[in-house]
Design a binder for this molecule. Structure first.
Ligand code: GDG
Length: 474
């Protein structure tokens, strides 16, 4: 049955789980995107199209927890070419400042085009006349254009969750023009930051040759496309509520005790990804331990590294590097029952994440480049007593909003060491002042506000265009 609102994302918002009786069922994935979009979907007769995970999993559309879901099948070749290849081996590093070297393979591109076409066809099939379609992220940048060709009646929005790179990097892509044209199939293209939107507009002018004015692109067929920032956020109230619960409070105390009740607990929580700067951050901490500035009785670092993209070679190498570093530091500086770094290569339920945030005095988030970084915002949301310190990379999107964090350049190890020392020694008044301001930001701009503002702008895009359209295009 067609719908008035279609969400298109690489993954469905559910994970397959084995039931105790051996059958398989579904569980809503804990991510922020689901929290954000669920209310929009329910209010607007929505359907979600995406990959359920796994290879050659062919399933009929189904309803889970009141959400209509349309699973798309991926073959082993699709996973290798479209997902691990072009999305994560080519686009991911280019869009993250070339932190790793991107690979260019024509067969990966062909697979990217073919899978994007399948997503577009599925969206076309499930959309009512004049429906709204919201396409998500870097894996699906060709969908807006492919979909518009199939269904010119639709209103199409696109949102990029990762940074949109400056022209000097983007231009390396052999398929740069196709990607820009793919995105221009949308009425509204949303980015995390104003800088990403500006990069896109400039590239469209230079590479595709369309006229632009401020945040609008004028296409030869008379259509206009708007590019604008929509910084994503979290379910701040939900996180705070979880953090206040007796179970999480008790668990946080238990974690601190298990760590030997040190004076300060440092925490890092990231997908195990080379963009997240885990290695450099642990190095900064370990040098402070080696220099005797921190004693393992006083300061412990807990690093949670959530397994990610384990089939991709660069991710396996990163894991080995971090394993070696942690082993060396703990071997050199740990004492019995007191490792300098507690390293956990695993994922945890949301309650455990909230308990870790509450147990931590200093949250360390130091990506080389990050679209936003929700972990930083989640930490802030759980600090309802206005305590705790955030050390945050200048290169995370979140740094534009969380100005009261200890901002660091993740390439500058000495700078990071200085920030860790300052956050360690900060007095209560300064911590409260900083945290209170950051909490205000996160609670006021939560994920529901983010989704609502994108949907409002998408439905207003043509009105907006008339208001600002210049007499002569510039
Ligand atoms: C991309 C962009 C942008 C992590 N481990 C566990 C777990 N998580 C949750 C966190 C957080 C989310 O995953 C991670 O979000 P981030 O924003 O930190 O990073 P990416 O995964 O790289 O996300 C990023 C984001 O999209 C949204 O637009 O901010 O810049 O790269 O919510 O809490 N959740 C649970 N167990 C874990 O072990 N339950």
């Amino acid at each position: 049955m067609p719908h008035d609102l279609v969400i298109v994302a690489n993954r469905l918002p559910v994970d397959r789980v084995e039931q105790p009786d051996g059958t398989t069922g579904w569980r809503t994935s804990p991510g922020g995107l689901v929290t954000a979009i669920e209310p929009v979907m329910r209010a607007g007769d929505g359907v979600w199209i995406g990959w359920p995970g796994g290879v050659d999993v062919a399933l009929e559309p189904f309803t889970h927890d009141g959400m209509d879901l349309v699973p798309l099948t991926m073959s082993a070749e699709d996973v290798e070419g479209f997902y691990e290849g072009f999305s994560n081996g080519t686009l991911w590093p280019i869009y993250h400042d070339l932190v790793a070297k991107p690979e260019f393979h024509r067969e990966w591109w062909d697979s990217y085009v073919a899978v994007n076409q399948r997503f577009a066809e599925a969206a076309a099939e499930h959309a009512n006349p004049g429906a709204t379609v919201w396409v998500h992220d870097y894996q699906l940048q060709l969908v807006p254009r492919l979909l518009r060709t199939l269904r010119p009646d639709l209103r199409i929005g696109f949102y990029l969750h990762i940074p949109f790179p400056p022209g000097e990097l983007f231009q390396q892509l052999p398929w740069r023009r196709e990607i820009l044209e793919g995105l221009l199939g949308a009425d509204l293209v949303g980015f995390q930051l104003a800088g990403g939107a500006a990069n896109f507009i400039r590239l469209v002018r230079q590479r595709v040759g369309h006229k632009t004015h401020r945040d609008l692109v004028y296409l030869p067929d008379g259509r206009t496309v708007r590019a604008a920032p929509f910084p994503i956020s979290i379910d701040a109230a939900g996180f705070e509520e979880l953090a206040r619960s007796p179970a999480v409070t008790a668990r946080a105390a238990e974690i601190r005790e298990a760590l030997g009740s040190p004076r300060r607990v440092f925490l890092g929580v990231d997908r195990l990804d080379y963009t997240k700067g885990i290695h450099a951050r642990l190095r900064a901490f370990s040098e402070l331990v080696a220099e005797g500035r921190f004693d393992v009785e006083d300061a412990v670092f807990v690093q949670v590294a959530v397994p990610s993209r384990e089939q991709v070679e660069q991710y396996r190498l990163l894991r080995d590097e971090i394993d070696r570093l942690v082993g060396r530091i703990n071997g050199d500086h740990g004492r019995i029952g007191r490792p300098a770094i507690s390293y956990l290569h695993s994922s945890y339920p949301r309650e455990e994440m909230a308990a870790l945030y509450r147990a931590a005095d200093i949250m360390v988030v130091t990506p080389y480049r990050d679209g936003m970084n929700l972990v930083a915002k989640e930490y802030v949301a759980t600090r309802f007593e206005d305590d705790g310190a955030l050390v945050l990379s200048e290169f995370a999107g979140a740094a534009e909003e969380l100005r009261q964090a200890w901002l660091v350049n993740p390439y500058d190890i000495n700078g990071m060491k200085a920030a860790l020392l300052e956050a360690y020694a900060a007095d209560e008044r300064s911590l409260t002042r900083r945290m209170r301001a950051m909490r205000r930001t996160v609670t006021q701009h939560d994920v529901k506000a983010w989704a609502a503002s994108f949907m409002t702008e998408l439905s207003d895009v043509h009105t907006h265009e008339k208001a600002v359209r210049p007499a002569r295009r510039s």
